[in-house]
Design a protein around this ligand. Structure first.
Ligand code: TXA
Ligand code: MG
Length: 324
């Protein structure tokens, strides 16, 4: 039996299995088994009312999990699945409250990673899987990150290498009259409009259903993280260093050297930036620096998902910061 089949057997027995997707690593459990789903919340330290995304082997499974499926969902699934788009639909009877957080909707997606698809086909059902990190922490994009977060809490970690996309899926709510993006991701509003003819509303967090992706403090390093615009970056770096503080920097343009500086040059392209983002933050978080300065990227649509994660990382950072 290979690892994927062992993982499918473990899932059927109610155990947790971490697996790669194209976005981030997921912490998977049999979505039809309440005891297994409960283990996800325990392992993550996640509040019980936060709903989980159910991962499906292919679109043919959709009708087992959702009802009143609109045409737009069918079109979007055809265009983007497997891929980094989660659809929020009205839930079918029998979908566990533990999975939906008691709401009448369910989040569904078909992930694109070959190992994830192999696992889903071997399991032949829905796998509930949040990102495989402790609640509020940076999502894992390698198997080693998962081990750092959850070692001892999972039966198996499938290693599929670094995740191609690097940030979580776009979440699109199709359960209400107007489609709304609850969490921006690699699939943009413009791409959704191209397929459906409707431009979804974007990220109005106050009206969204409970979505932990819409909480301010999320995806956060322990070191305080500050978003700094290009024009004041040099001055802020100099000020910190004059104070004798060691700082980490994630910025565009050539690296600066200095004994008190840990520097990472950011990719100019939003997809490449997203791909590296969480690994970079994790690495910079482990350098014992006083602060992580991140140069603010452009505000354009193609940077929307990256900016969303950076703002949340800044808001949630510094919870266990390095003390003088
Ligand atoms: O890329 C991803 O989506 C990754 C990989 C593993 O698939 N998963 C992921 O899961 O990011 P998680 O649990 O970290 O984030 C899922 C988000 C949460 O913010 C949750 O509240 C929201 O999806 N969600 C799930 N079901 C929902 C529903 N019925 N209504 C509104 N939000 C929902
Ligand atoms: Mg998460």
């Amino acid at each position: 039996m290979n690892d994927v089949h062992r993982a499918a057997v473990a899932l059927r027995a109610g155990a947790l299995v971490a697996f790669p997707t194209e976005t981030v690593y997921g912490l998977g459990a049999d979505a039809s088994n309440p005891a297994a789903v409960a283990k996800i919340f325990a392992a993550k330290g996640r509040p019980a009312d936060h709903p989980l995304i159910v991962h499906l082997p292919d679109v043919s499974h959709l009708s087992a999990w959702a009802i009143n499926i609109p045409d737009t969902a069918v079109k979007l699934a055809a265009a983007f699945w497997p891929g980094p788009l989660t659809l929020i639909l009205q839930r079918a009877k029998g979908v566990l409250d533990a999975v939906t957080g008691g709401q009448n909707t369910v989040g569904l997606r078909v992930p694109k990673h070959p190992l994830a698809l192999e696992l889903l086909h071997a399991f032949d059902g829905g796998i509930a899987a949040p990102s495989a990190n402790r609640f509020g922490r940076i999502s894992p994009t390698t198997a080693a990150h998962v081990a750092e977060e959850l070692s001892g809490q999972v039966a198996m970690i499938l290693d599929g290498g670094p995740c191609a996309v690097g940030i979580e899926s776009t979440i699109l709510d199709l359960s209400r009259s107007v489609p709304e993006i609850l969490r921006p991701g690699a699939i943009t509003a413009a791409e959704i409009e191209r397929v459906t003819g409707i431009l979804p509303r974007s990220a109005i967090t106050h009206s969204a259903p409970r979505v932990s992706g819409s909480m301010e403090a999320h995806y956060a390093p322990r070191t305080p993280l500050r978003l700094v615009s290009a024009d004041v970056l040099d001055a802020q770096i100099s000020a910190a260093i004059t104070d004798g503080q060691k700082i980490a920097v994630l910025a565009f343009g050539p690296a600066q050297a200095g004994s008190l500086l840990v520097w990472r040059t950011a990719a100019d392209d939003p997809a490449a930036y997203a791909h590296e983002l969480y690994a970079s933050l994790r690495e910079l978080d482990n350098t014992g620096c006083r602060c992580i300065f991140v140069q603010r990227p452009d505000t354009g649509e193609s940077w929307r998902a990256v900016n969303d994660r950076l703002q949340r990382a800044a808001a949630g950072s510094g919870q266990h910061s390095f003390q003088a």
